[in-house]
Design a protein around this ligand. Sequence first.
Ligand code: PLP
Length: 410
Amino acid sequence: MATINDNYLKLKAGYLFPEIARRVKAFTESNPEGAAKLIRCGIGDVTEPLPEACRQAMHDAVDELGDSSTFRGYGPEQGYDFLRDAIVENQYAGLGISADEVFVSDGSKCDTGNILDIFGKGNKIAITDPVYPVYVDTNVMVGNTGEADESGAYEGLVYLPCTAENNFVPTIPEEDVDLVYLCYPNNPTGATATRQQLEEWVAYAKERNAIILYDAAYEAFVQDESVPKSIYEIEGAKDCAIEFRSFSKNGGFTGVRCAYTVVPKSVTGTDGKGEKHPLHPLWSRRHSTKFNGASYPVQRGAAAVFSPEGKAQVGALIKGYMENAALLRETCEKLGLPVYGGENAPYVWVGCPDGIDSWGMFDRMLEKANVVITPGSGFGAAGEGYFRISAFNSRENVEEVCRRITENLG
Ligand SMILES: *Cc1c(COP(=O)(O)O)cnc(C)c1O
């Protein structure tokens, strides 16, 4: 008799995006005219084509694989040196991170979930509310939670509310937690954490022997020079933090797939006997046992992000998305709505008008403006009363969205 992992039965059926799809389908079927005009600003996926430098590097790499003198088979599981070195040189210069502390993978979604393989049972997990749902569901799957209540909150998780009052950065909890997920710039709120806020979190983690899982997937969107892009800019973070980064949002690699995780050799966890062990060899072992490396052409494409042409092209993509975010911000501000994010992140987080709730706003935008947004409550209870507009779109679409918001919601 094969038994199953009962934890999977605790998972709430993916509610947010299926429910969005259901409502959009119902709308388009009953309203062909609106359907033809529909603009999607919901899902956090890039829209603009891959940078030329990355495409060229991938073409060249494929050609290498087609020639017996340059063919390559399995590569190093942790990633090729050319990419690990380029990452350290371009992303961690002066922060004391070495290339062998960088693990190249096929995505941060996978890494943030897989990292739980190296942690023990019974860790107390803290997540922000609202939150990127992957952190929650992967903890449910490994048994770090109890059942969900009617509101979708899981027993055993520590929810850290992120509200306008705390600028969407969680207040340090009174209680001990063992793992805490922080994501800045944040999806969905678009908020950033200040140096001081991150210093407080690092101090907390060091004092309580906790580990910070820092998701920096949106670091490339930071415009304000005072905002840290890496947790390792904070003194002491190399003893208590793992950082996740991805080529998905800067290089537009959501379909290409390449990311990396930094595990400093000085980060430790405690075994069942109370002895400390570095996490680096555990993650290295996990990575090389269950993963066979990101593909060679993809790693060449990723490395091209750091070439002079690649940097210019990625810079232009980010600039375009951030200009979109500025237009969306301005439009919502003119209507007198509370507007957050969108200044160092490609997401604008907006308070719903007239006391309507997040799903009410979703329907209103769909029916009146034929624009798909994401209801804030879908990311957690503290997201109720907000909606997220993604700046990942063409300029033409964003300008049209701004016109429609102004005409239909003003
Ligand atoms: C998009 C995103 C990522 C990147 O995931 P990939 O698997 O690398 O595409 C990671 N974290 C958050 C919060 C994201 O929104």
